[in-house]
Design a protein around this ligand. Sequence first.
Ligand code: C2O
Ligand code: CU
Length: 448
Amino acid sequence: MKNQSKVVEYNFEANEFNWEISPGKTIEAWGFNKQLPGPTLRANAGDTLVVRLTNNLKESTMIHWHGLRIPATMDGTDAVQKPVDPGEVFEYRFVLPDAGTFWYHSHFNETEQMEKGLYGALIVEDQTDPVFDGEKVFMIDDMKLDSNNKFTKPGWAVPRIVERHDGREGNTLLINGKENPLIEIHAGQTERWRFINSSSARYFLLHLDGKEFKIIGTDGGLLERPRTVTSVLITPGERIDIAAGPFNEGESFALESLRYNRSTFLKPKRQIFATVKVGEQKPSTAFIPETLRRIEPLANQDAVITRKVKLSVGPSLKDGMNFLVNDDVHINDKPVKVGELQIWEVSNTSLMDHPFHLHGFFFQVIEENGKAPEYMAWKDTVNLTPRSKVKIAWMPDNRPGTWMYHCHIIEHHAAGMMANFEVYDSEKQSEDSLNTQSHHHHHHHHKP
Ligand code: C2O
Ligand code: CU
């Protein structure tokens, strides 16, 4: 049976507004429809989403739909659209091809616009989703505020070099725009909790007081089978869906991030983001099957590498340090032909972690540091630990245009760890014409 597909429409206004992150503590946020996060968009796979964006900010903006396999022209980067200037309107319109946990965020002056709150969740549902007693979406963020609850300027509180190196990690921890919110769940019930890491640089190592939970999905939707764990790392850009509960009546515990050492200057800490309170017992109708779906492998571990992407850090006279792809900043990578299986070796030769994100296409990790991965998943963001390598496989389907990949630590992205590349349809364009095109490709850079 197929869903009756429909058109789901939203009007978005990007505004400056005051937002209370905890009682009496108000910040000057930037966001969509004066909410932080912006509205949670919900639709079914197959539906058409229409978002009409009016920009009431004093600077340009645009929206990137993180993880969505949509046409290049809707990807919301300055390679595919003109920025939406103050007072202008732009309509995003596309079909939602996949069920899963997605999000949207500004892709313009991101180090400032994302930090101030221009992001939100996009949930795409499907009839084949497992049945839960309830569902919650958690957008993880942190903000760097001074004692007057103002956003600090880069380099205000700590040497600028630290923020450039580590990425901007804030002192104010937020879930859905609130500090230490109370999360309620009924005893005896199991809920789907969808986590989205929307922070600039914070690595979130989810922990529920040592209680077991099941990972059921990630960036590109459901896994093949649930995985029972007590913690899971969610790096900037990534999503993790879990089955939480059942818990016991009257319990209360912290939803926290364990310490994760990603080799930053600032010392990692264990930190509480929210408090979970378990209410009265209720019956459960949740059912999580042992097999969630099948994921067909795109390639096996020994598939021949078609491209190498090297992430590294190098000295810079001007800024102390550059964040590089294949030894250069803000590069144009070689084009990719529609229908040609891509096997990329992504390596990280630096001494710190980088979450590698590919726009517009899901990939499968087929090898991690020489070993086959433990489970299959569709991903759009994968973390690379220091001096590590992954092999990813992905298929450029027929959505030609300019795409990009980058480190999702927003300050690293801004400092050069990014690439544009063309996906081309051989019928229409030759590789040569694309090569010349990409040479003259113009970039806007927003230096932090
Ligand atoms: Cu969420 Cu260019 O990325
Ligand atoms: Cu990085």
